[in-house]
Design a protein around this ligand. Sequence first.
Ligand SMILES: Cc1ncc(C[n+]2csc(CCOP(=O)(O)OP(=O)(O)O)c2C)c(N)n1
Ligand SMILES: CC(=O)[C@@H](O)[C@H](O)COP(=O)(O)O
Ligand SMILES: [Mg+2]
Length: 622
Amino acid sequence: MPGSDYPLLQQIDDPAALRALPEGELAPLAAELRAFLIDSVARTGGHLAAGLGTVELTVALHRVFETPEDRLVWDVGHQSYPHKILTGRREAMPTLRQHGGLAGFPKRDESPFDTFGTGHSSTSISAALGMALAARREEDPRQVVAIIGDGALTAGMAFEALNHAGGMDANLLVILNDNDMSISPNVGGLSSHLARILSGRLYAGMREGGKKVLSLMPPVHELARRAEEHFKGMVVPGTLFEELGFNYIGPVDGHDLSTLVPTLDNVRQLEGPQFLHVVTRKGKGYEPAEDAPTRYHGVGRFDPAQGQTPSAPAPSPTYTEVFGDWLMETAAADERVHAITPAMGEGSGLVAYAEQFPERYYDVGIAEQHAVTMAGGLACEGAKPVVAIYSTFLQRAYDQVIHDIALQDLDVLFAIDRGGLVGPDGPTHAGSFDLAYLRCLPNLVVMAPADEAESHAMLTAGLAHPGPAAVRYPRGRGPGRPVADAPAELPLGRAEVRRRGQRVALLAFGSMVAPATEVAEELDATLVNMRFAKPLDEAAILEAAAGHELLVTLEEGAVMGGAGSGILETLARHGRLAPVLQLGLPDRFQEQGSREELLAEAGLDAAGIRTAIRERLGESAA
Ligand SMILES: Cc1ncc(C[n+]2csc(CCOP(=O)(O)OP(=O)(O)O)c2C)c(N)n1
Ligand SMILES: CC(=O)[C@@H](O)[C@H](O)COP(=O)(O)O
Ligand SMILES: [Mg+2]
């Protein structure tokens, strides 16, 4: 993208340069920033619609606040590309979400302007309050701002922070970026409350007038604030945020710099917890994204002139599609089936199901804890709830899985998508820990399919199982085994011996069966598709130990405490000694890149597995 297309943006290598611009150049700068963002994300893929909605807000924030001394904390961070572009990373945008390149979310070790690492939603207010309390203790005048979306505000953690912050006198500004969208349209009572505030046009009109008066005065002082407070109380019911102890300001147009800059200037001088309600449009300024913000939430590479075009028909369904199809046929046959998603309906493959079974579909918002425990309530009443959830986001509801579901042995099925490495979203979104954090739970059955057919069969088996069960499958496509080929039976806790060989036994879980198959053929090794991370097939493990020089466990998950550790525990419990090589994700976070790059880096592709085995056998790795 030649710099000449972006003459103003080319001058901005840090926010100080932005703050030095004449005021009249802010709007043209925002226009260039938006055009650059579209062009850049169209080349790399990534999150687009949210960032389009924060272009003006980002310009205004870096204009008014002395960043990075003043702290900005972006919630989720998928909307932070304009922030990254204005804070010295414009030229690095072609490396976005690629191996060794820019992260797709704010990252502390990437820039001093990225004050807190995000990716999972609803953490910004907590982190910002921590920073604000530290500033107060140091008697430092630096400001702290959390920018949170209306979707992210539906999570309990956001309200834990609002509740606490509202009772403190720390200088904290919470900016609600309200575009009435999560990935799908936002849901719940909060969304309705926000809509009611916006619809209070009388209030908005008066506020407009009121603000003009306030903005003409010297920096807003306590008397004016109290007068405004009283005035608001007279005209419209207090917002939820005022009831929690915040000084609520807004709603203001989040795309109008002539409003945003003076408003932020005023608010910056106020003491105590402030809540600025900003109204934006997700996808703003790029018509295809404005018309379809869900579709342009996350994009692959595309031609901006054409917009996203339908991709060519794929050779086989993704694991997500296998799940979505399975759910449709299962719900049609069994009216006890209900599906629950914490705001990830599209990514979890639930679009068709939601249309066909709206009365048995629940998008609970970004509320994983609530999703899991509500499923428990449904199960208590004889329903068959299916919680469709990304592995990484299930981490948010770990106690609910333990305390509300496993302990009570409730009949809930967890369809865990994005199990293992996810690729461009990087470490915040990798499903690296689910095998480790689930297999240790009593009563829970944990399955990992080797292919699409097995995934279908495991979902059926999990639903039929009278207690809690989990099926974890990776992002994207598998080996391509047709679902019609699904095993008729899947006996609980029974592995599948796929081949018998010499010297080495490969005990593979889930997605690792495919590369292990290639290596087993080359080495004439035994290959066992373990299928269950819990309960393990102890007989298969003991038989493998008895007849081979080396056992190799393979999982696309953390080695520490993972499924392979369960095999070690089995051998120990039976007093068996056997050489074991554990292959899986090492004890570090994997940065972003393609899934293939990351698997190879972790030694979990066929080449890596072969090399590790040969080295352990003392043979040349060649
Ligand atoms: C804990 C958690 N759950 C789910 C997600 C997936 N997710 C990413 S962005 C998003 C929607 C966020 O909506 P909002 O905060 O309103 O931001 P917008 O995209 O509208 O700007 C969701 C559900 C996540 N990142 N973290
Ligand atoms: C920002 C966020 O958390 C989601 O948009 C996530 O990136 C979706 O991941 P998938 O692309 O795997 O559905
Ligand atoms: Mg939103």
